[in-house]
Write a protein that binds this ligand. Structure first.
Ligand SMILES: Cc1ncc(COP(=O)(O)O)c(C=O)c1O
Length: 326
């Protein structure tokens, strides 16, 4: 008897809700559980640019080889462009021109940035936590404003990091609680880590204003804290650039930080598990070492990441027409 003593896992409200929603046959059912878009018929809606990229990919037929351990380099270049502005488009003008709106934030950015592909945003958060625990310190306290996405604490527990919760949201005003956030940052032990959602806060929808982000970043700098940004919904809030405002600000103010990126949501490639982790370092030597450590962690845990979604994203972002459509 080896498995007799295994107890049931911790219940996951999202897992149970999805199962119940899927089996509910009501014609007027609206599934507000998982953070995904649905069309008017309540069904999955593929983006036109993804449809086109699939046809292109089928024509070039790259086969099904493994990706590099650290991911598809072309995809990572485009993904970091979306996050940091080097290769992003300006959606407000509907233009397909690449903009360097935020490029000046990072001088020599490619050498200071350690970017790897991950199993979507969840995998990026996990890898970031694992990296902090293994390569920075297992004793770093990680501060998380609550209520928040239910996966942070389990992800931190999994790698032995301690989670400290503070109040992110004031239910009486139904808004982001800035005073409590600043107090948590000021009172945290020097060198703590703070998880922030850069935009579209899940589950409250309450994000800091640019002025509030500025105060947050100042306080983080004073406390020598390590920000860990989670951008699961970039482009689904105010716009690509606006949604990455806090990330840009940290880069401009020369903080070292980590940024988790989901491309599964903003490309509607949910099941393809497409994402990346970027670590912003002070110099190229640190970036090279961080990248090398991430290579090890990925290799030991999963060898490499899924190829299909990242190939599609790369194709869309590298093509003027598909990029503009996206
Ligand atoms: C705040 C937040 N972070 C990360 C994720 C991870 O998303 P995915 O792993 O699908 O990219 C989600 C998904 O719901 C989320 O809401």
């Amino acid at each position: 008897m080896i498995f007799e003593s295994v107890q049931p896992g911790v219940p996951d409200p999202m897992y149970n809700l999805k199962k119940r929603a899927d089996s509910d046959l009501s014609p007027s059912k609206v599934d507000l559980g998982v953070g995904i878009y649905r069309n008017e018929q309540g069904a999955y809606q593929e983006l036109q640019c993804v449809k086109e990229a699939k046809q292109v990919l089928a024509k070039i037929d790259l086969g099904h080889d493994y990706e590099l351990t650290t991911g598809n380099p072309g995809f990572l270049k485009e993904a970091s462009g979306i996050m940091f502005g080097q290769g992003g488009v300006s959606p407000a003008k509907g233009s397909c021109h690449r903009t360097s709106l935020r490029a000046s934030n990072l001088t020599n950015w490619p050498v200071q940035l350690a970017s790897v592909q991950t199993i979507s945003g969840s995998g990026a958060v996990h890898l970031a936590a694992l990296f902090i625990s293994r390569c920075i310190s297992p004793y770093i306290k990680v501060f998380v404003g609550v209520p928040t996405w239910g996966n942070y604490k389990p992800a931190l527990d999994l790698v032995g990091l301690q989670t400290i919760e503070y109040r992110h949201y004031d239910p009486s005003t139904r808004s982001y609680d800035h005073d409590s956030t600043i107090l948590a940052i000021k009172e945290a032990p020097e060198g703590s880590a703070f998880i922030f959602q850069g935009c579209c806060h899940n589950p409250t929808g309450a994000d800091p204003t640019p002025e509030q982000w500025s105060e947050i970043v100042d306080a983080l700098k004073v406390g020598r804290h390590l920000p860990l940004f989670d951008l699961a919904y970039q482009g689904l809030g105010q716009g690509l650039d606006e949604d990455a405002y806090a990330v840009s600000l940290c880069a401009r103010r020369r903080l070292e930080f980590l940024a988790c990126q989901s491309l599964s949501k903003n490309f509607a490639l949910y099941g393809e598990r497409c994402g990346s982790l970027h670590v912003i370092c002070k110099d190229s030597r640190a970036a090279a070492n961080v990248h090398d450590q991430l290579r090890c962690l990925i290799r030991w845990e999963m060898s490499s990441t899924p190829a299909y979604g990242s190939r599609l994203v790369k194709l869309v972002l590298q093509d003027g027409h598909m990029n503009a459509d996206w």
